[in-house]
Every structure is written in C-alpha cells, then in structure tokens.
Design a protein around this ligand. Structure first.
Ligand SMILES: [Fe+2]
Length: 223
C-alpha cells in the first residue's frame, strides 16, 4: 500500500498500487475465465504491454495508461456484451482497494471511457490515445479473426452477422477519418493490417447476404 512518504509525483500511480491492481485484475480474470474467452487475461496483458509502449512513445504517463489498460475491460465481468461504463463501479473499487488516489482513479476511469472504440474521436487525451492504440491493435491483429473471433461470439452472445456489422459500423469511420490509430508508429506499422481486417469484415457482411452462406453457417453451427 502507499505510505505517507512514498515519493510519487502527484497524479500518477505508485508501483505498489500498480502491482496490486495487476494482481487483483489477474485474480478476477482467473475467477471469471469461463465468461471471458475473448476479454480474459491474455487480452488485458497484451493491451497493457502495448499501451505502455505507446505511452512511453507519446509522452503520456505510462503508470496511468498501464493501470487504465488493466481495468479497461472489467465491464465484461459485470455484464455480458456491455460498454466500458458498466465496469465503472468495479473499476473504481479495484483502484481504491489498491491504494490509487481517488482523483487519479477518476482520471483512469475517464481515460477508459475516452478510449472506447464506439465513441472515440480525433481529440482524445494522450493517455486515451495510448490505450486506444493498444486495444485497437488487438482488434486489427491478423490472428484475431482467425483465432479469437469465435470466442467473441460466445462470450458476448452475438451472431457473426451482428459482430461483422458492429466492426464495420464502429471502425470504418475512424479508419477513413484517419484516427484508427493515433500514434505515427502504429499507423506506419499496422495500418495495412487494419485495412485488411476491415475489408475482411466487410466481405463477411456481404457474404452473409447470400442465402446459401446463411444455410452453410446454420449447418455448421448445428453440427
Ligand atoms: Fe479491450
């Protein structure tokens, strides 16, 4: 826990508090692993690591950003197929129990909400940009539709058609407006993955309009 004399700059997360948040989130992910096949510890760990890299690159506070990454998807424990806001109470509880200053916890909660794919814009904070780039990169990884998309369907109780429309609906605008990624390095390294991923999901939308593809999927899911 944070001591009175811990030398930490105002407005950040002390290493001891960070370690406690990490420990608690890991525990929660393990306890609720059965309902987190997509947003489990593997996702949180990836986003935390990449968000820290983006934070060090864009000059925002890595401790705040990495802590935000640790707690950004707690909503999926609270409520299936929910928005980040559904995780606020659990998020604030985890942060408070770890000894994160209340004002910093509020800032972390705000960063999580700012970075949400469905509502983010070109002008979010640098901390939210770092978190968003890491979370968006996970979505755009070429391995995600191949290895993980079916896990998203079962975790959130949605159909392939609903997921395809959600991805294209939420991501195409940001992609075309130029803020799919915020960091210049992420744009340079990963934009072709993002474009390929969006094209793939657009093709899924189109394919599902063919009744024969619909029948095919019905047969597959009935097996
Ligand atoms: Fe996420």
């Amino acid at each position: 826990m944070l001591g009175q004399n811990t030398a930490v700059p105002l407005g950040t997360v002390a290493p001891e508090a960070y370690a406690q948040v990490e420990h608690r989130v890991k525990q929660l992910c393990a306890r609720h692993a059965a309902k987190l096949p997509f947003h489990g510890w593997h996702h949180v760990h990836f986003v935390r690591t990449k968000a820290g890299e983006f934070a060090r690159s864009n000059g925002s506070d890595p401790a705040v950003v990495e802590t935000a990454a640790l707690v950004h998807d707690l909503n999926y424990i609270v409520l299936r197929n929910s928005a980040a806001s559904a995780g606020r109470d659990l998020r604030m509880h985890v942060l408070a129990r770890a000894g994160v200053d209340e004002a910093v916890a509020e800032r972390i909660d705000a960063v999580v909400l700012e970075a949400e794919m469905s509502s983010r814009d070109a002008d979010i904070s640098l901390e939210a940009q770092a978190l968003s780039d890491a979370d968006t990169l996970f979505k755009a990884l070429p391995v995600t539709p191949v290895m993980l998309a079916h896990r998203y369907l079962s975790e959130n109780g949605v159909t392939l058609r609903e997921l395809a429309h959600k991805i294209v609906g939420e991501q195409r605008g940001a992609h075309d407006a130029g803020f799919y990624f915020y960091s210049p390095e992420a744009k340079a390294m990963y934009s072709h993955w993002a474009t390929a991923n969006l094209d793939l999901w657009q093709c899924v939308v189109e394919a599902l309009d063919d009744p024969s593809v619909g029948e095919l999927l019905e047969e597959v899911t009935a097996e």
